[in-house]
Design a protein around this ligand. Structure first.
Ligand SMILES: C[S@@+](CC[C@H](N)C(=O)[O-])C[C@H]1O[C@@H](n2cnc3c(N)ncnc32)[C@H](O)[C@@H]1O
Length: 222
């Protein structure tokens, strides 16, 4: 192991612990009686539709229970078609949209419309590593390229746009998120919110829950 693991992506293999996915954490936080108050009719938005982990079904069922309107968004048309079947079986009013998440948030929602935002979109990898080819192929086909920098910027851009669209007290959850020594960055640079989470914290968002692999933040009440 090098003394600076940012220089050695293999360090990720033996340093990063993984406890759970963000959709599992959101389910744990919101499925049981809790202190979060979301007016019925607000939106529950998933960015990055199901690709085999079951997130879309879990979150759509949770949104149904919370009386929130669920939308899942993905830039990959094949995943959108599959996601549409999943969500419509739960509630015919729920939808799956094929779009770039940052554009969809900007164009679809008014200020304060979103109660819960789950960000599990543009894939990241340990610095220096490449995406497995089957996961990379849709990026090349639909976006022309893939890079960690694009992923960090995409999640930052989504967060900056979503800041206004989230209701006061609304939640934003990042998957694939790690911190080290209290920092959301440094060598754990695989993290999707490597740039977004520090920005949100600088905007007075409160960290509700962190476990290795994901984090939930809450927008200030006023
Ligand atoms: C990690 S997967 C989502 C996994 C899913 N939440 C699950 O648990 O099964 C990330 C997804 O984000 C999508 N994606 C990447 N960049 C995107 C963007 N700019 N807008 C919308 N979706 C994007 C990819 O197509 C991919 O399907």
């Amino acid at each position: 192991m090098t003394s600076d693991p940012t220089q050695d992506y293999n360090a990720w293999e033996y340093n990063v612990k993984w406890e759970k996915h963000g959709h599992q954490l959101l389910f744990e936080l919101l499925n049981e009686p809790n202190d979060f108050k979301f007016p019925p009719g607000k939106f529950f938005l998933e960015m990055g539709s199901d690709r085999g982990e079951g997130s879309t079904k879990v979150l759509a069922e949770l949104a149904n229970k919370l009386e929130l309107t669920f939308i899942t968004v993905d830039m990959n048309p094949e995943l959108c078609q599959n996601a549409l079947k999943i969500v419509q079986a739960i509630n015919p009013k729920f939808s799956a949209e094929c779009d770039r998440g940052e554009d969809f948030i900007a164009n679809f929602f008014g200020d304060g419309d979103i109660a819960v935002l789950y960000l599990d979109a543009y894939d990241t990898m340990p610095v220096g590593a490449d995406l497995p080819s089957d996961i990379k192929e849709p990026y090349i086909k639909n976006m022309g390229k893939w890079s960690n920098e694009e992923a960090w910027n995409m999640h930052l851009k989504c967060s900056e746009i979503a800041d206004k669209k989230l209701m006061p007290g609304g939640l934003i959850c990042f998957d694939d998120m790690w911190r080290q020594g209290g920092m959301y960055g440094h060598w754990a640079m695989r993290s999707k919110g490597f740039m977004a989470v520090p920005w949100l914290l600088s905007q007075e968002y409160e960290e509700i829950k962190y476990v290795d692999g994901c984090v939930v933040l809450r927008k200030p009440q006023v």
